[in-house]
Design a protein around this ligand. Structure first.
Ligand code: RBZ
Ligand code: NIO
Length: 354
């Protein structure tokens, strides 16, 4: 199995042409602020001067985590499967926001520790019934990590083949802020107590336990920071691996990826370490309130579009940010130019003429 994938460079010529074109639109130059740069970036990603990001697709990867035995989440493991049901019956936050933005929504069970009744929007491809407790043994084998990445890639390709033009990558997995923090700590120099957070709502005492569990696990497992696959298999999660795969696959097809909160951003970091060019296709939807998110976003070299204090995951913040991405492309596609609208351009003041 190969998880290597070719990702094209951004089209810089299209970006430059688009930036020039934006200045011909009927508005004072620069007046749409960051939307202008975003539009040019999407043009460079898609290699299209008039890019389209609709319909968006939401891919949610679900998996469980053996590490929950150590008391690292405020909620019990069975909530993962119960929330997958909630996604399917349309009552979760991401179900609501997916409807709002007209997104295709698919849930992929890459490793929930329970059987979930079949449903048209559920794709079951379990790599295991939850990862192993990485305080005691590696979370998964290298080939399980590769299998999860390949599943993520395939699901993204299928969505893109069905016409999805912007991919939102979300997750569900009780306990998954713990492997995400462990991955981030392994790939960075950040001290654990600066990046460990409350997740679903741990008390300060419980956060201290979570930090100790992560520190002890890293010292036992010794993940190799130069080898993202080693990090994933020792302290990762099935859904995190699959998310990284989906992001790389979208990038390989020049499809913009809307990254969500802490877990999604850590997956984006893994994708960036595996295939550096994939980073060029990522837009971070929002700044999560989870403590480590800021560090992860900085490592991705991105600026989140929104700051709403979300700390949910599922792809929810990315879905809420999608209309901004859409607005950037609609500006390019639908605004009149000074010439077509017959509007006088900026006057050069007399004193500026030499
Ligand atoms: C009802 C409910 C819905 C959720 N939707 C996303 N998460 C989020 O919380 C989990 C991570 O936090 P921790 O590591 O603290 O367990 C993940 O499932 C994430 O998607 C939820 C959590 C709960 C309880
Ligand atoms: O930012 C996130 O994605 C997040 C934060 C806390 C819990 N679950 C997800």
């Amino acid at each position: 199995m190969s998880i290597r994938i070719e990702i094209p460079e951004l089209n810089k010529a299209v970006k430059q042409d688009t930036l020039k074109y934006i200045d011909t639109l009927t508005k004072p130059p620069g007046s749409l602020g960051k939307l202008e740069e975003l539009a040019a970036e999407i043009a460079a990603m898609t290699a299209k001067p008039f890019p389209i990001v609709t319909p968006p697709g939401v891919l949610i990867f679900a998996g469980d985590h053996g590490i929950v035995e150590e008391g690292v989440s405020a909620f019990p493991q069975e909530v993962t499967a119960q929330m997958v049901q909630n996604f399917l019956t349309g009552g979760a936050a991401i179900s609501v926001f997916s409807r709002q933005i007209g997104a295709k929504l698919e849930i992929v069970d890459v490793g929930v520790a329970a059987e979930i009744a079949s449903h048209a929007d559920l794709h079951v491809e379990k790599v295991g019934f939850g990862t192993r407790n990485f305080l005691k043994e590696d979370a998964m084998t290298g080939s399980e990590a590769e299998a999860a990445i390949a599943i993520g890639m395939n699901r993204a390709f299928v969505m893109i083949d069905h016409g999805v033009k912007c991919l939102i990558v979300g997750e569900m997995g009780i306990g998954n802020t713990t492997p995400s923090t462990a991955i981030l700590a392994s790939l960075s120099d950040a001290p654990i107590d600066k990046i460990v957070g409350a997740g679903t709502g741990l008390s300060n005492d419980a956060i201290a336990v979570k930090a100790r569990v992560i520190a002890e696990a890293i010292s036992k497992r010794q993940p190799d920071r130069h080898d993202p696959l080693d990090v994933l298999s020792k302290v990762g999660g099935f859904e995190i691996a699959a998310m990284a795969g989906a992001m790389m696959a979208a990038a390989s097809r020049r499809v913009p990826v809307l990254v969500d909160g802490f877990i999604s951003t850590v997956a984006a970091l893994v994708a960036t370490r595996l295939e550096p060019n994939s980073n060029d296709y990522m837009i971070v939807g929002h700044a999560s309130a989870e403590r480590g998110h800021e560090t992860a976003v900085k490592m991705l070299n991105k600026t989140p579009l929104l700051q709403l204090g979300f700390r949910l995951g599922e792809g929810s913040g990315a879905a809420v940010a999608f209309p901004i991405v859409q607005a950037a492309t609609l500006m390019l596609n639908e605004m009149a130019t000074f010439e077509t609208a017959g509007i006088a351009e900026k006057t050069v003041r007399k004193e500026e003429v030499r």
